[in-house]
Design a protein around this ligand. Structure first.
Ligand SMILES: [Zn+2]
Ligand SMILES: [Zn+2]
Length: 261
């Protein structure tokens, strides 16, 4: 489906589209990571976090990426700021994202492991989920609608935040891997994994995971802190002057014809 982007903030039409087959390799990597990493099943099944299939990043808003990233509802053709689903509002979306304006489902990615777990455990959750479906959708819609009404604007993200998030990722992953190693050790040998052994394994793991955390912070900064360029502002008034025939739709939206679904 072809979507013509119009930024709700600056009314510009130029955007970068983020999807599994977009040209941006970092974005492509993180979206495929969402689908393939078995650990993401915890995010989806336990926490109810979701990742939209497509996001639109305005090229002409002079703000960091999180402020110019939009989710589109094809049912009512509206663009919603992705930040509506951030912070505490990122959780509890077990049934997916729903448009705060019209209530239609917004397509989200599905992690393969959570798909498998969901299919195997369907006899347990299917009936209760069906009974709770309407209420759950109504409450998440209300939550997101309230965030939009209140024009929820989080503190601007600073460069320090990316570094902190990177370190948190490194330390967190090191902890998870060390616990995994301890469990494996105990299952294999039947011996306890003592505290000094845990600390030693954690210290060795830090040699790998701290640089990995630093790199993760750097990548996040380079992707998320990029600001748009006001020189790329192309509104419908510009189009009326230059004539729509002079600009191809794919240039306006960042979409190629092969991107239709
Ligand atoms: Zn904009
Ligand atoms: Zn809608």
């Amino acid at each position: 489906m072809l979507v013509e982007f119009e930024c709700p903030q600056c009314k510009g039409h130029l955007c970068e589209t983020w999807s599994l087959n977009c040209p941006n390799s970092v974005v492509r990597f993180s979206l495929w990571h969402w689908i393939l990493n078995p650990g993401i099943a915890i995010n989806e099944l336990a926490l109810g976090q979701r990742m939209p299939e497509r996001m639109f990043v305005c090229k002409s808003c002079e703000t960091p990426m999180p402020d110019r990233c939009y989710v589109h509802c094809s049912a009512c053709d509206s663009f919603h700021q992705g930040r509506l689903w951030s912070g505490l509002n990122a959780f509890g979306h077990w049934l997916g994202y729903f448009c705060p304006t019209c209530g239609a489902a917004i397509p989200c990615l599905s992690n393969y492991t959570s798909k498998l777990i969901t299919a195997v455990t369907a006899p347990v959750w299917y009936l209760p989920a069906r009974a709770a479906r309407r209420r759950l959708i109504a409450s998440t819609r209300k939550r997101i609608g309230r965030a939009r009404q209140e024009k929820v604007r989080l503190e601007p993200v600073s460069v320090k935040d990316y570094r902190l998030a990177g370190w948190a990722y490194g330390v967190g992953m090191n902890f998870v891997m060390t616990v995994g190693l301890a469990l494996l050790w105990m299952a294999e040998t039947g011996d306890p994994f003592s505290v000094p052994m845990f600390l030693m394994a954690f210290a060795v793991g830090a040699l790998v995971w701290l640089p990995a955390g630093w790199l993760y912070g750097q990548i996040m900064k380079s992707v998320l802190h990029r600001k748009g360029d006001p020189n790329l502002l192309l509104t419908s008034e510009h189009l009326a002057v230059t004539g729509p025939q002079s600009i191809k739709t794919s240039e306006l939206t960042g979409f190629q014809d092969s991107d239709h679904d």
